[in-house]
Design a protein around this ligand. Structure first.
Ligand code: ZN
Length: 418
């Protein structure tokens, strides 16, 4: 054996266990709790373990973390210290019982749904990680119970530390999967019949077919949407966006008109978030990221066959060329970069109005030959934005080729620093 081969074998041996891993074990006899184990990588250099849920203010769902039967020391809120050289930490995850019609998606809890049964795991409140562990970590779930034999082990990657959070669904999911081009969407709902009756899946399908057509090379090939119903007694609706996953509240049980309008609003929100997922464009300014996602969320809505009155109602909340401009988007972005986020909602309404005006002008001037859709890949691939998200000159010049000076007038109206 030559030296290179010896080195290679040595390297392989050393790289085994180089990655941290989670193992979650469920038992259907005790469905409200799970045993979680984190195998720490050999290269881990910190014994401080934390949760990412602090940012959302949700209570931890971690009980009794320990290493070799020795309890970890709680050193700060949601921060534990493991003994030195600890390589395996175990704890109990406590799943909240999901209350029919009253699950607030924004709280991002790990939940147990007793009916089928199935579970929603929220990494942020339930999975400890070493404070130095920045890379994605594989999580495997193993369910014990008659219903789940034979038991194919499921596994996913928990996102890197600075990414959006991870949400995972497992158990008897009654999942509805739809493939659109290169992307498969997995729909999981608290009540699969209800979301079908409401038409949420078909409306999503119509809107998403259009959305996927914008991305010949989408940033992901799978998305999870978890639909959580809110009944008329609990009015709030919200959502939470994860890494290739989305928790979304939808309303049901109110009068027909409220239900229909709320459905259109929900679909717009989902489309907005999925634009982020498919583009994963790290454009250099919040105004660019949010205004594009909002405009395309609204445009995708128009491809659904939801009632035109509901669509118009929502569209005009955001897109309104008659709304006076108090400050240009670059000016609002500069304030935002300096820590003042009071103008943030303008990225959604003024920003969406800007793109709507550009899109309409391209369409009109080209007599229906062109739209903003064709220029989207060019915009998303540019790296020469200005410091506060000023549009690349080359991009503006290409729009001008189609629609002339009108483009400059629209940019000057909406995207100034004043
Ligand atoms: Zn957004």
């Amino acid at each position: 054996m030559n030296n290179l081969a010896v080195f290679f074998l040595f390297f392989l041996a050393c790289s085994a266990g180089a990655q941290s891993q989670y193992m979650i074990e469920m038992d259907t006899l005790t469905p409200n709790v799970a045993t979680a184990t984190l195998y720490l990588s050999a290269s881990n250099t910190s014994n401080r373990l934390t949760l990412r849920g602090r940012q959302i203010g949700s209570d931890p769902q971690v009980l009794n973390p320990s290493c070799n039967n020795q309890p970890l020391l709680l050193v700060a809120k949601e921060q534990w210290l493991a003994p030195e050289y600890c390589s395996m930490v175990t704890w109990t995850i406590r799943f909240d019982p999901a209350l029919q019609g009253n699950v607030n998606a924004y709280e991002q809890r790990s939940l147990f749904f007793a009916d089928r049964p199935w579970w929603l795991l929220s990494e942020q409140t339930s999975l400890l990680r070493s404070e130095n562990e920045k890379e994605p970590i594989r999580v495997s779930v193993h369910i014990k119970g008659d219903k789940f034999q034979p038991n194919p082990k499921q596994s996913w990657l928990v996102p890197a530390k600075d990414s959006a959070p991870g949400f995972y669904a497992f158990g008897e999911l009654a999942e509805i999967s739809r493939t659109h081009g290169n992307v498969t969407v997995h729909h999981v709902a608290d009540n699969a019949n209800r979301i079908k009756r409401l038409g949420l899946i078909s409306a999503h399908e119509q809107a998403f077919n259009y959305m996927v057509s914008l991305f010949p090379h989408p940033a992901t090939d799978h998305l999870l949407v978890v639909w959580l119903g809110i009944d008329k007694k609990h009015n709030q609706t919200s959502g939470a966006t994860g890494d290739n996953s989305l928790l979304v509240n939808y309303q049901y049980g109110g009068d027909k008109a409220t239900e229909a309008l709320s459905k259109a609003m929900t679909l717009m929100t989902v489309a907005h978030e999925q634009f982020h997922h498919l583009s994963q464009a790290a454009l250099p300014a919040a105004w660019l990221n949010e205004s594009l996602a909002q405009y395309y969320g609204l445009k995708a809505l128009s491809y659904s066959r939801l009632p035109a009155t509901d669509q118009t109602h929502i569209r005009t909340k955001f897109i309104n060329p008659d709304r006076p401009i108090v400050k240009g988007l670059l000016g609002i972005q500069q304030e935002y970069d300096a820590g003042n986020s009071s103008g943030y909602p303008r990225f959604y309404d003024q920003g969406a109005t800007f793109w709507a005006e550009i899109d309409r002008t391209l369409y009109d001037e080209s007599k229906g030959e062109c739209s903003l859709d064709q220029f989207l890949p060019l915009l998303l691939s540019r790296y020469d934005f200005g410091l506060h998200g000023e549009l690349p000159q080359y991009f503006v010049a290409r729009l001008r080729d189609v629609a002339g000076k009108r483009i400059d007038e629209i940019v000057a109206k909406y995207v100034t620093a004043e």
